[in-house]
Design a binder for this molecule. Structure first.
Ligand SMILES: [Zn+2]
Length: 176
């Protein structure tokens, strides 16, 4: 499982699940179009044992990614995400030691990863919609959740996009 996660070729990893799903697209590449793409994504997110590596699970994730992209384009475009959310719910239970549990309860395991990603997006919205942001580099489509103190993170990755943008600006100034 770790070996699979190590094969994850994406430039940005480790964002919350919903944004990590969006970040399966970068520049002209897509993780899910690569061999083992779904298995790698599931491993990267610790979902290998809970979600089947199947075409149906992939289809559910692609549907969810499309729903999230629609919402990023227009926050009122909620229909597709709500359709994904209709495949599951949170089941609350109490065990005999007095511990409460919240368990995702999905209609079919193929929907678990997709539903968790949709649910995660709601959680991020509750924490701060303005902190869900696309990288400021004009050619970068990666999305992140800004957890910085001042809320001023602009780049998916300072070393990569931040410096590239700085260099481009510097070059433009030299030319001008
Ligand atoms: Zn970037």
């Amino acid at each position: 499982m770790d070996a699979l996660a190590d094969q994850d070729p994406r430039p940005l990893r480790g964002e919350p699940l919903s944004l990590d799903l969006l970040n399966t697209r970068w520049h002209d590449e897509q993780l899910f179009q690569q061999p083992n793409g779904l298995a790698i994504w599931l491993a990267s997110n610790g979902l290998t044992d809970r979600v089947p590596d199947s075409p149906a699970a992939l289809e559910a994730l692609l549907q969810t990614r499309t729903a999230l992209l629609a919402l990023r384009a227009d926050p009122r475009d909620t229909e597709a995400l709500n359709a994904v959310l209709s495949h599951g719910r949170i089941r609350r239970t109490l065990d005999r030691d007095g511990q409460p549990h919240d368990e995702p309860d999905v209609t079919d395991p193929v929907w678990l990863a997709a539903w968790l990603a949709a649910d995660d997006y709601l959680r991020l919205l509750a924490r701060g919609p303005s902190r869900i942001r696309e990288c400021a580099h004009e050619r970068c489509i990666l999305t992140f959740f800004d957890t910085s103190q001042n809320g001023r993170r602009r780049w998916c990755d300072m070393a990569n996009c931040g410096n590239r943008a700085k260099a481009a600006r510097h070059y433009a100034q030299q030319k001008g």
